[in-house]
Ligand binder design. Structure first.
Ligand code: GLC
Length: 441
């Protein structure tokens, strides 16, 4: 690719981030996502650090407005204003005694990428500024990681349990959809499905006003997810009360892989400012690394998410299958087996990789949200993971192909892995930010 093409791409990416800037924080996409999302802002900060380190720092500190007093970082910090009342009211974070009084948020979290973003910004700072940046963020990171272990690790096994698909960030990937069908379909949703009344729901869905329905989850799934949200709200987002009755909870593979990497980075951050992590947290971190290996199935040569209730692996392959590479703790043999899946044209080796479910999955649908399309954030995690495991050539190939995809099709939310067609929201912030990062690294 010529220099000018890359320069144009960089300019286009900067413009997207400028247009989506709401003054100290960035929306993932205008209209469709008008609030601040947790892992989006982490990816956005990773890109922004190349343009303006201070602005990147603000992207992360503004997330802390929403941190709950128990340490939880919510997946969404809502924009204020009457026009967003409906969103605030679905979640009603004020039902929990831990939610901030003046900032409406959801009551659930998202993948713990904050340590990665804090660390990446740190790499752009001179030593004294880096230390003061780490000192500023450390207490918040510590409370967040401690909350994960105190609140979402009831059997002390080391694997964090998610209580809503939105917490995984991969909202509609097959393991969540299959568990939904098994355990979490309210009778009235089944009824609506049986009598084909689901079309009526289009009237209240905002996402399908912005993006064509075939690129989002179905109305039935959207309704069942909404019902799952209301169940959490009724329990005031109290994890103990929720987990004592819930059948719809999971030891999510992607989330725990990201946590393993985040734990390693939190250790680096604490060492840089000469702070000792609490013993209990260190023991938990160690347990997570070991417990990841319980999610491996040798017959199929893959890791899976595990059901909280049955304690059985949910044998559905998804983009999460490749994220143990990013965790950075798996042995060479298992890493090689994942690399084979990435390259195989039956699995993840699509013309425009990496598809969010493998091409041979019955769920595969090239345009539908987390059930087929390639996403730039998961590509970014896999590129990092490939390097971490010594697969430098493959990392470079995937990086070049990812940049080519965005250059060809634009800063979209996701892409058809077969022909590289754009899908989802246009002018999507993390696509822009991570393109900048890939170009600059
Ligand atoms: C969708 C994605 C989620 C993302 C959010 C905002 O819900 O599934 O991962 O954080 O949009 O972009």
């Amino acid at each position: 690719m010529t220099r000018t093409v890359n320069e144009e791409l960089l300019e286009a990416a900067k413009k997207v981030l400028e247009a989506n800037d709401r003054g100290g924080w960035t929306v993932p996409a205008a209209d469709l996502y008008p609030h601040q999302w947790l892992w989006d802002s982490c990816f956005i900060a990773i890109g922004l650090r190349h343009l303006d380190v201070e602005r990147a720092q603000t992207e992360l500190t503004s997330l802390l407005r929403g941190q709950w007093s128990n340490g939880m970082l919510p997946n969404i910090v809502f924009a204020k204003g009457r026009e967003y009342r409906r969103d605030h009211e679905i979640w009603r974070s004020y039902v929990s005694p831990y939610a901030p009084h003046d900032v409406p948020t959801t009551g659930i979290t998202q993948p713990p990428l904050l340590a990665e973003a804090v660390f990446q910004i740190g790499q752009k700072l001179k030593l004294p500024e880096r230390r003061s940046w780490y000192r500023q963020m450390y207490p918040h990171l510590l409370r967040f990681h401690e909350w994960l272990y105190n609140d979402r690790n009831p059997h002390k096994e080391g694997l964090i349990i998610l209580i809503h698909p939105y917490e995984s960030g991969l909202d509609s990937t097959p393991p969540w959809l299959s568990e939904l069908r098994k355990h979490s379909m309210p009778w009235w949703v089944r009824f609506i499905e049986r009598v084909h009344l689901d079309k009526l729901i289009n009237k209240v869905r905002r996402d399908t006003r912005n993006v064509s329905a075939g690129q989002r989850m179905s109305n039935i799934e959207a309704m069942a997810y909404w019902a799952a949200t209301l169940r959490l709200r009724r329990k005031a987002y109290n994890s103990e009360a929720i987990l004592s009755r819930s059948l719809f909870a999971m030891e999510d593979l992607a989330f725990n892989c990201i946590l393993i990497r985040a734990n390693a980075l939190l250790k680096e951050i604490s060492a840089a400012i000469k702070k000792e992590l609490p013993d209990q947290l260190q023991a938990n971190m160690q347990r997570t690394e070991e417990a990841l290996e319980q999610l491996w199935d040798d017959t199929t040569g893959q890791y899976y998410s595990r059901s909280f209730v049955s304690h059985k692996l949910i044998e559905e392959s998804t983009i999460a299958t490749l994220l143990p590479l990013y965790a950075g703790t798996i042995d060479d043999d298992r890493a090689k087996r994942l690399l084979e899946l990435l390259k195989s044209s039956k699995w993840f080796g699509a013309p425009w990789p990496v598809p969010s479910v493998p091409l041979n999955s019955p769920y595969f649908d090239q345009f539908r949200y987390w059930q087929g399309p390639s996403w730039i954030n998961t590509n970014w995690l896999i590129i990092d993971g490939l390097k971490r495991n010594g697969f430098d050539d493959e990392a470079r190939e995937l990086k070049d192909r990812t940049i080519e995809l965005v250059a060809k099709s634009g800063m979209y939310e996701y892409f058809d892995p077969l022909h590289g067609q754009p899908a989802g929201a246009a002018n999507f912030s993390w696509t822009a930010a991570l393109t900048i990062d890939l170009l600059k690294n």
